[in-house]
Every structure is written in structure tokens, then in C-alpha cells.
Design a protein around this ligand. Structure first.
Ligand code: UD1
Ligand code: UDP
Length: 373
């Protein structure tokens, strides 16, 4: 029997790894071990509860306002003993967080094969997103199995010289998670508050946007909300205290926005399905919202998810206040611009990614996902 250990630590990793944990657990040929780093605490626990995943190990490393040094040393100090005790055949990490990079490095030091879920995403700008672009490129150097979500991600790795036989096109596991979340009869007090107005969904948290850029983003959004009485914004805010302080300052006294605590993924997907449009700097939301055919204004200069931009549902609007303001206003006032972006497409998967990954790990069976665009 193969022992597969999954290591993750933040909300988005958990959302994308918990469906895989649950798929691996039902495989007879696999023993599954789950280790969470606790890089996030409340936001991680929320997802573990939703998917009913109980970790075998929890490194509990999160500190208030932690630095990259805190996360890196915190994980490095604690994970060695667990890896040595468990001696997994493969360790699965996800995406591009510090948890992902540090775990892959620890595995490299201990000669443990790494499987990289959501491999091959790139901006090729080491400062954007920061530090994620470094993290994912570094993991690719050591990874033995590369589970890529799309054809483009596979091509990135091939161009970088990775062995093609290590690359498996599976689709993104987040699409698997979405199969169970959106329901027609869904209700929520925030949706009642929005009523017949247009729901604007907002999220923002990127490390490279902290400081002046995030203030510019919030000011642009506030200007548009102040000018449009038919809009109401809901902002489930990240727990980062720097983000919270900036949002509270910029939206002070604005009665068209509700800033609320992080919502469960079940709620988030249902909000996405019902919003008029979304403004975000999140990675995962760029993958989810295109499925619902809602326009997404991506408040970043770069994206590692160009498939949604090519499909026309995502638009990169950068972090300049006036540019965000103009683009947001245009979608509210110009029906043709809105309709052009509001097209449902699903370039990131078909909801079978976990099954494909489990098949490869359990018995070496590989049937690639081919996007039908
Ligand atoms: C991390 C990832 C980023 C990912 C994001 C998802 C790195 C370097 N960054 O960034 O790639 O997009 O998660 O959300 O790995 N906090 C809490 N409770 C929580 C979570 C966070 O209080 O449940 C607060 C803490 O004060 C913490 C701070 O938020 O110090 C920042 O968390 P951190 O993991 O360092 O950075 P993120 O911006 O969340
Ligand atoms: N999400 C959530 N609750 C929230 C906000 C976001 O469950 O209050 C989900 C969202 O649906 C997506 C993921 O969190 O699946 C995105 O995480 P985040 O933006 O923190 O990280 P990123 O994707 O940018 O790494």
C-alpha cells in the first residue's frame, strides 16, 4: 500500500486539497496522512470543518501579522520530525504558498518525492504575485509528479525542461469542490440586504498590494459605490490585520458596503453565482467565477490564469485607482461591455481532477483532461 501525505496550511490550499483528501481516503491502495501547517488558523479550520477533514498533524505555526521568515522557519522546525516518522512514499503540496515551498524544500532535503497539485502556473515576474511566483517555480524544480490544471500550465513546464512524463493534465480540483456548493434554494442575510440591487462581490489580500496599492483599490471602489445607488457590495474580508485596517479607513461611513468576516466556501460560491460582478486580487476566485458567467475585474498587474482572460470573463485592471474606477463604472453603465464579459466558460476543469490524481497515484492510470472550449 502506498502512503500519501498531503501538506497544506492556508484557506485556498485547503479548499483545493480537501476534496482530494476525501477521494484518496476511499482508495483501497492508498493510506492517506494529512498534515496542516496552520499557516492560517481560523480560515483553515473553517474549510476543514466544511469538508469534514480531521488532520493527523497540525503544526499550528500561525502568528499575528506573521512575516515570511516566521512562516518559513516555523514550518521547517516542525515538519522534519513528522516526515521522518511517517516516511511517506509521496508528499502532495498545492500551488504556491509558503507552506507549499517550505514543505517541498523539506522533502527535497529528506529525499521524499513531491507531487505538486496545481503545478505549472506562471507569470514569469518574480515580484508578482509575491512571493508566490518564486514559490511555485521553486517547487517545480523538485517535484516528481506535476498535476497541472490546464494545457497551458503543462506547456509552461515543458518549456522549462520538465520531463513530459512527470506532467499530468487533470483540471483544477477547485472545480471538483464547486460541484457540491451552489444550490438554487440558497439564502443568506447579506443577500436579503442586497435585495434587488446589484451585488458586487469584493475580495483583496495580496501581499504585494499591501500599503498604498490596496488603498487605491478601495478608494476606486468607494467612488463607484458612492455614485451608484443601485449597487451593494459585500466584502468578506481576509483576516490579515493590515487589510482590515485599510478597508475600515477607506470605507468608513459608506452604507453601500458590508465588510464581513470570512464566509464559508459554500457561501462564497453561492455569492459568486449570484453577484453582478466581482472585484478581486484572489487567485482562486479567478478560477471559480468564470463558471458562473460573471465578469471579474482582477486588481493585479499580472495573472497566472490567462485562460479566463482569453475566454473574456476576466479583465486585468491593475492597481491604479482611476483605471479600476473607470472599468468598474463601465460595467455598471454600459450593457454591451457587461454582456461581452458575462459569458459562462470553464477553462479550469470538469470536476474530475481529484479522481484523475488518485488514479495516477494508486495505479498509474492517466486519462488527461481535455478542455472543450
Ligand atoms: C497566504 C499566502 C497567499 C494566499 C493567501 C490566501 C503566502 C506567502 N501567502 O497569504 O499565497 O493567496 O494566504 O488567503 O504563503 N490571519 C489570521 N487568521 C487566519 C489567516 C490569517 O489571523 O486564519 C492573519 C494573521 O495575522 C496572519 C496574516 O493574516 O499573520 C497573514 O497571513 P499569511 O498566511 O502570512 O498571508 P496571506 O496574505 O494570508
Ligand atoms: N473564499 C471563501 N471565503 C471567503 C473568501 C474566499 O471561502 O470569505 C474562497 C474562495 O471561494 C476561493 C478561495 O477562498 O475558493 C480563495 O482564497 P484566497 O482569495 O484567500 O486565496 P488565493 O486564491 O488568492 O490564493
Amino acid at each position: 500500500m502506498k502512503k500519501i501525505m498531503l501538506v497544506f496550511g492556508t484557506r485556498p490550499e485547503a479548499i483545493k486539497m480537501c476534496p482530494l483528501v476525501n477521494e484518496l481516503k476511499i482508495r483501497k491502495g492508498i493510506k492517506t496522512v494529512v498534515c496542516v501547517t496552520g499557516q492560517h488558523r481560523e480560515m483553515l479550520d473553517q474549510v476543514l470543518t466544511t469538508f469534514n477533514v480531521i488532520p493527523d498533524y497540525d503544526l499550528s505555526i500561525m502568528k499575528y501579522n506573521q512575516t515570511l521568515f516566521d512562516i518559513t522557519t516555523g514550518i521547517m522546525e516542525k515538519i522534519k520530525l513528522i516526515l521522518e516518522k511517517e516516511e511517506p512514499d509521496v508528499v502532495l503540496v498545492h500551488g504556491d504558498t509558503s507552506t507549499t515551498f517550505v514543505t517541498a524544500l523539506a522533502c527535497f532535503y529528506l529525499h521524499i518525492p513531491v507531487g505538486h497539485v496545481e503545478a505549472g502556473l506562471r507569470t514569469y515576474n518574480i515580484d508578482s504575485p509575491y512571493p508566490e511566483e518564486f514559490n511555485r517555480q521553486a517547487v517545480s524544480i523538485v517535484s516528481r509528479y506535476n498535476f497541472v490544471p490546464t494545457q497551458l500550465a503543462a506547456e509552461n513546464l515543458i518549456k522549462e525542461g520538465k520531463n513530459p512524463s512527470s506532467i499530468y493534465i487533470t483540471g483544477n480540483t477547485v472545480i471538483d469542490a464547486m460541484r457540491y456548493t451552489v444550490t438554487e434554494e440558497y439564502t443568506h442575510p447579506e443577500l436579503d440586504w442586497v435585495g434587488d440591487d446589484k451585488l458586487i462581490l469584493i475580495t483583496a489580500h495580496r501581499r504585494e498590494n499591501l500599503g498604498e496599492p490596496i488603498h487605491h483599490m478601495f478608494r476606486a471602489i468607494r467612488r463607484v459605490l458612492d455614485e451608484h445607488s443601485d449597487c451593494k457590495a459585500v466584502y468578506p474580508i481576509h483576516m490579515n490585520p493590515i487589510v482590515r485596517k485599510a478597508a475600515n479607513e477607506e470605507f468608513y461611513g459608506c452604507d453601500r458596503i458590508h465588510i464581513i468576516d470570512p464566509i464559508e466556501v459554500f457561501d462564497c460560491h453561492n455569492f459568486e453565482a449570484r453577484c453582478f460582478l466581482c472585484l478581486t486580487d484572489s487567485g482562486g476566485i479567478q478560477e471559480e467565477v468564470p463558471s458562473y458567467g460573471k465578469p471579474v475585474l482582477v486588481m493585479r498587474d499580472t495573472t497566472e490564469r490567462p485562460e479566463g482572460v482569453d475566454a473574456g470573463t476576466l479583465k486585468l485592471v491593475g492597481i491604479n485607482e482611476d483605471v479600476i474606477y473607470e472599468n468598474f463604472k463601465e460595467l455598471l453603465e454600459d450593457k454591451a461591455s457587461y454582456n461581452k464579459m458575462a459569458r459562462a466558460c470553464n477553462p479550469y476543469g470538469d470536476g474530475q481532477a481529484c479522481k484523475r490524481i488518485a488514479d495516477i497515484l494508486e495505479c498509474g492510470i492517466y486519462e488527461p483532461w481535455v478542455a472543450k472550449l
